[in-house]
Design a protein around this ligand. Structure first.
Ligand code: SF4
Ligand code: SF4
Length: 376
């Protein structure tokens, strides 16, 4: 039976987090079930951006510390690394406190700047990935994600966290190639199957609700969960957040491909197993794009998904313009402007804006379609 453990953790106090990780691992048979002495182990937190730790955008440094120590306890060698969206690994790690933990624990912080190609012939959507070269230099990977909503994928957990193995701006290429949410989810599943994390842990002590992964609101969930199967861990995370796993493109596809059992068939153990919350959904979760025939997909994406709009909070910093995958944005009269004929609704602009100046709005057609769907 596929096992997922969930343990309570009320705060990011170092002692509480360390106890929680110890309890979590005990439920899973101990860290030695996943790694062996001498293994070089990549601990992959979510370091989305250079954002302060109090905003709960990134995996908390104390969770990273506790996992580093657990890896060391079995005689393995931890290495911490991620590729943030628009800045360097070191800058992001410095801001969120992970750099300080790496220095205190004397652990290498791997800057994901150089790449290597990895063939993945079993991939259904992608048969070759260009990833950080550090993946080729480690024996094992631990996905150390954050429990957050995500405007494009509904939620980001253990599987989506591995997208950080794609270096910097190369992420934009995947948004261009896989514009539909199901296509993007299929790519993420190929990537996760290629990376093969031996253990997935999600920091849900304080998660994020609403329009995450950066501009949502922190929500205290008081839980850390984990297991060997990243898809099963994500299914449990979805249930705890109050979402149906079938609503989220990654867990929906993982269930369809039998990569994880459905929630009732997962053996859920630990002191946090009963915790349930009602996270505020990201607006895009109710996109109707997934329900229309493929031949109408392009029309559906523009008409039946929430539309990004620039608000008065925009200071014209240009970050979104630089990272918009189809180059649908420009700075006009000191503010960002969107060419909707080019916009692919990837929501990278909303995700990356440091001023929360991109809001999502349902167009009239989407509002009508939602109304009709509700009435049925
Ligand atoms: S929308 Fe945000 S990221 Fe884009 S230019 Fe304005 S402030 Fe900068
Ligand atoms: S405008 Fe925003 S949502 Fe549209 S393609 Fe650019 S980054 Fe993606």
């Amino acid at each position: 039976m596929t096992k997922v453990a969930a343990v309570k953790a009320d705060s990011y106090d170092q002692h509480i987090v360390e106890q929680a990780i110890t309890e979590l691992l005990a439920h899973l048979g101990g860290m030695s079930q996943f790694i062996q002495p001498g293994d070089r182990v990549l601990v992959k937190p979510n370091m989305l951006e250079a954002v302060e730790k109090g905003l709960c955008v990134t995996t908390d440094p104390e969770v990273v510390r506790a996992v580093i120590r657990a890896v060391r306890q079995v005689g393995a060698i931890p290495v911490v690394g991620d590729s943030p969206g628009t800045t360097s690994t070191v800058k992001a790690a410095e801001k969120c406190g992970i750099l300080a933990v790496c220095q205190e624990e004397k652990v290498e912080l791997a800057a994901f700047d150089e790449t290597t190609e990895v063939a993945y012939p079993d991939g259904i959507t992608v048969k070759k990935f260009t990833v950080t070269r550090h993946l080729a230099e480690v024996d094992k990977v631990i996905s150390l994600a954050k429990m957050k909503t995500h405007t494009f994928m509904g939620a980001t957990g253990a599987t989506k966290n591995l997208f950080g193995c794609i270096v910097g701006m190369q992420k934009a290429q995947f948004h261009l190639r896989m514009q539909a949410r199901q296509e993007f989810a299929a790519m993420l599943i190929d990537l996760a199957n290629c990376v093969k994390p031996v253990l997935s842990i999600i920091d849900g002590v304080i998660g994020m609700e609403g329009n995450g992964p950066r501009n949502g609101k922190p929500i205290k969930a008081g839980v850390i969960l984990g297991g060997a199967n990243c898809y099963a861990v994500d299914v449990v995370m979805a249930e705890m957040m109050g979402f149906k796993p079938e609503q989220l493109p990654v867990t929906a596809l993982a269930l369809k491909r039998s990569l994880t059992p459905a929630f009732p068939a997962i053996e859920l153990v630990g002191s946090g197993g009963q915790l349930r919350w009602k996270f505020v959904e990201p607006r895009s979760l109710q996109s109707l794009e997934d329900r229309i025939p493929k031949w109408l997909a392009a029309f559906g994406r523009s008409q039946l998904t929430a539309r990004p709009e620039i608000t008065a909070s925009c200071v014209g910093c240009g970050r979104c313009v630089k990272h918009c995958p189809p180059q649908a944005m420009d700075i006009v009269s000191g503010q960002a402007a969107i060419d909707y004929t080019k916009c692919i609704r990837c929501y990278c602009c909303q995700e990356l804006c440091p001023y929360d100046a991109v809001q999502l709005h349902d167009g009239l057609l989407l509002q009508m379609a939602k109304q009709i769907t509700r009435l049925r």
